[in-house]
Design a binder for this molecule. Structure first.
Ligand code: CTP
Ligand code: MG
Length: 179
């Protein structure tokens, strides 16, 4: 069923969707790269990747997974998926932040300024890394949950959700660019 597939995709990805949005709200302070540049004269990551944003974003993603686990008994008829093992909660959330950080590394190496759009990468960086890290850290749960149809749903839905939430955050004045 398409509805069930989409429900599992959104439920299982919520701990990965939340971190980047929380980082936007909580970010600031010391950048992860400490202001350092590489031999190319460009910042390693840039001022947009901070310790505080990363810590709060990861914690929020893990908290959402634990909250969903509490709701799980009431949703068993709606979402047909197993609760999040702690390894999956952490890897989904931290993997999402890591994907965004790696994308900034690539953006700086390719001469993109902080905040520049990188179509495709901006929308899917965090999904690919989040899923890869979770495949390694919580293999059994991952293979039970992310069946091929669920992965396809994630790859189709995520760019749509990403574009919508970032446009909304921009319209609300929470984010400097609409991507
Ligand atoms: N943020 C943060 N720490 C992170 C990710 C994001 O503090 N690990 C905060 C920063 O304040 C950042 C904002 O969230 O400016 C928006 O995130 P993002 O769009 O990922 O960063 P950009 O500023 O656009 O920088 P980049 O070009 O490197 O993506
Ligand atoms: Mg950006």
């Amino acid at each position: 069923m398409v509805v069930e597939t989409v429900a599992v995709a959104i439920w299982a990805m919520l701990p990965a969707y939340i971190p980047n949005n929380v980082a936007v709200l909580a970010g600031g302070g010391r950048p992860i790269d400490g202001g350092r540049t590489l031999d190319d004269g460009k910042r390693i990551l840039g001022d947009g990747k901070t310790w505080r944003g990363t810590a709060f974003g990861t914690a929020a993603g893990v908290a959402v997974a634990l909250l969903l686990n509490q709701l799980h008994p009431f949703l068993s008829g709606v979402v047909v998926a197993d609760p999040f093992p702690i390894a999956a909660a952490v890897s989904l959330a931290f993997g999402a932040m890591l994907g965004d950080i790696l994308a900034s590394f690539v953006k700086r190496r390719t001469g993109r300024q902080r905040g520049a759009a990188f179509p495709g990468v901006d929308q899917l960086d965090f999904v690919v890394v989040s899923l890869t890290v979770t495949l390694i850290a919580a293999t059994g749960w991952f293979l039970d949950t992310f069946t091929l149809p669920v992965i396809v749903a994630v790859l189709v839905l995520t760019p749509l959700l990403h574009v919508t939430t970032n446009a909304a955050a921009y319209a609300l004045g929470l984010k400097d660019e609409p991507w």
